[in-house]
Design a binder for this molecule. Structure first.
Ligand code: ZN
Length: 93
């Protein structure tokens, strides 16, 4: 998550740069929390091969599963268009 990733807080509509947020470790999930209102907006955890498949539970990105309450926009270096990860609020349930 070192790229230029932005998302919008579902609690207060603040535009958040994930690189500016100090992530919190909650169990096996790394959580990005809005600095303005404290809402957890993005979660990242390690993909486990033996875990129950949960289609709506998050995006798989290599060894990681990413879930977010709002769309994440990732500006990839050299890419013409930013990549968008759709919101996966099921990750948090
Ligand atoms: Zn917020």
């Amino acid at each position: 998550m070192d790229h230029d990733c932005t998302t919008t807080c579902v609690g207060c509509s603040t535009q958040l740069r994930l690189g500016d947020i100090q992530p919190e470790q909650l169990g096996d999930v790394t959580t990005y929390v809005c600095s303005s209102c404290g809402t957890a907006v993005v979660g990242v955890k390690r993909f486990k091969e033996d875990a129950e498949p949960r289609e709506r539970g998050g995006f798989r990105l290599g060894d990681w599963v990413i879930g977010s309450k709002a769309d994440i926009v990732i500006a990839l270096p050299g890419a013409a268009k930013p990549m968008k990860l759709d919101a996966r609020p099921g990750f948090f349930t």
